[in-house]
Design a protein around this ligand. Structure first.
Ligand SMILES: *Cc1c(COP(=O)(O)O)cnc(C)c1O
Length: 358
């Protein structure tokens, strides 16, 4: 399918941010976006890269009422030599389609997704920042657009991709976070949609996140919804602990989002000879392990930060400090290695990096 390209007229182009140290996250978007529509019987049609603009929806558009909305998050990186790379984009495409299936939405042809994303990033390549740790964030999204009330799978969808420059996550070096264990509220339950990037999961997480922030914590550590004993995730990232000589992370049991970074951390650590075990540690094991020193490191993994060290955990009214509140050696090594692979500064033995510039 040919993608039609409708460029903004020069007078409509936005000014690019002057100061790369002030990019932050999620506030600046480029001049163009990719859109493609779906209708039952017709399939995906009319792919266009056109001006970034508001979307017009009927007030009954089903995504607004029944939550058929899914998204993805990945980045384009500019290497020192000017080349542009994506990191494991096929994993995001597969995950988007897995989310689509679970929510009875239309799956999208992976080649069309990839082509739309690639062409958009290349068209907007002057927006890709050059500072260390900066990147162009890519947000593919799908919404149900069928104008009708009544709960049923929609027969019309809009898929779009927007992109915007984002700053370095650690402009002043690593700073371990303080996290709050939520015992009263849960994010997702096995059999639900916790393993999909579906809007409702994030709405469900806000209340506990707000409580955590009010108490001075940056993230919530989510426990399993049934026993409220076992670690699941940290905020919108996957959870890892170094316990003894093992790297431990909860298994993909259905309520956990299968992070691309999670998988990369597991593969990389295994390639270094680190024993990686997929099991969900209980909070009592973690707390006892922090006290006796067997829990040596803790971190969260995700596209935004790669890894985010955890320095303190608040659980049942007490503060527990991990590794003296400092970033652990394995956490730091994983961060540096993945960062270098993403920016083309290191060999890529796994074939994760995809060069999209000529
Ligand atoms: C996106 C996300 C992650 C991390 O996934 P990555 O592919 O590594 O960015 C983890 N947990 C949740 C809930 C998420 O939404």
């Amino acid at each position: 399918m040919d993608i039609k390209i409708v460029k903004c007229t020069p007078d409509k182009l936005k000014a690019k941010p002057a100061d790369e140290s002030k990019l932050g996250f999620g506030k600046i978007f480029t001049d163009h976006m990719f859109t493609v529509k779906y209708q039952d019987g017709k399939g995906w049609h009319d792919p266009v890269i056109g001006p970034y603009a508001p979307i017009v929806l009927d007030p009954t558009a089903m995504s607004l009422h029944y939550g058929q909305e899914i998204f993805e998050g990945l980045k384009a990186y500019r290497g020192r030599n000017g080349d542009i790379y994506l990191f494991r984009p096929m994993e995001n495409i597969k995950r988007m389609n897995a989310s689509a299936e679970r929510l009875c939405m239309a799956t999208i042809d992976p080649d069309l997704f990839m082509e739309g994303m690639k062409q958009l990033v290349l068209l907007e390549q002057d927006w890709i920042p050059r500072g260390e740790g900066t990147s162009l964030y890519i947000r593919p999204t799908m919404i149900a657009t069928e104008p009708a009330l009544g709960v049923h799978p929609a027969d019309q969808y809009l898929f779009f991709i927007i992109v915007g420059p984002v700053g370095a996550y650690y402009p002043e070096g690593f700073s371990p976070t303080k996290i709050y264990v939520s015992e009263d509220y849960v994010r997702a339950v096995r059999g639900g949609v916790g393993n999909c990037k579906n809007a409702g999961n994030y709405a469900a997480s806000l209340y506990a996140s707000q409580k955590a922030k009010e108490m001075g914590y940056t993230q919530v550590l989510w426990l399993d919804a049934i026993e409220r004993k076992y670690v699941e995730e940290v905020g919108t990232s996957n959870a890892f602990f170094v316990i003894g000589d093992e790297l431990v992370t909860p298994p993909l049991s259905g309520s956990i989002l299968p992070g691309v970074t999670r998988n990369s951390v597991i593969e990389l650590a295994r390639s270094w000879g680190v024993k990686v075990t997929e099991r969900a540690p209980s909070m009592s094991e973690i707390i006892a392990g922090i006290a006796n020193g067997s829990v040596k490191e803790a971190f969260a993994s995700g596209t935004a930060a790669i890894v985010s060290p955890i320095g303190q955990i608040y659980y049942q009214g007490k503060e527990h400090i991990i590794n003296g509140g400092k970033t652990g050696p394995l956490t730091e090594r994983l961060y540096n290695e993945i960062l270098k692979i993403q920016y083309g500064e290191k060999e890529d033995p796994f074939g994760w990096r995809v060069k999209i510039s000529n």
